[in-house]
Design a protein around this ligand. Sequence first.
Ligand code: FES
Length: 173
Amino acid sequence: MSVRHSGNGHPDSSRDSIEINLDEIISSVGDRPDSLMPLLHAVQDRLGYVPPDAVPSIARALNLSRAEVHGVISFYHDFRTEPPGHSIVRVCRAESCQAMGAVELAAHIQKRLGIEFGQTSADGGYTLEPVYCLGNCACSPAIVVGDDLHGRVTSERFDEIISAISPRGREAR
Ligand code: FES
């Protein structure tokens, strides 16, 4: 049983035609109904999101209804149902960071990337997501760009980070 997705819809996507083998994932996480969360995380780890058309296969494999699988995906905001952008920017919106300028920083980031939280830029370059504590409160405000955690981020520092990660970053204004 496999799930194929067709990339993030952008012609230059390097993620086109990624195929995952659900049987392989199930062999590692199990096929009981309580395997749903680890299975969904494994799918998202591989594809960047959980394709809606994978729901019937997942439900069948774990002996759940489609509604049960869909309900879990929609309840937990960690799960995406659409392909993310090339770089995922996560901005901490929890208390410590809020107290140290995260509100202003978030406004700057949204303006700089031209998107709001939960959105992906039109060119597929960035997805902006909120998080609620990154465990880096001593260095608030904190963000994660890709796999990299950054602390004490100012608007200027954010611009430097974005400009450094890819040519797309330099284009984002
Ligand atoms: S509150 Fe932002 S890292 Fe903890």
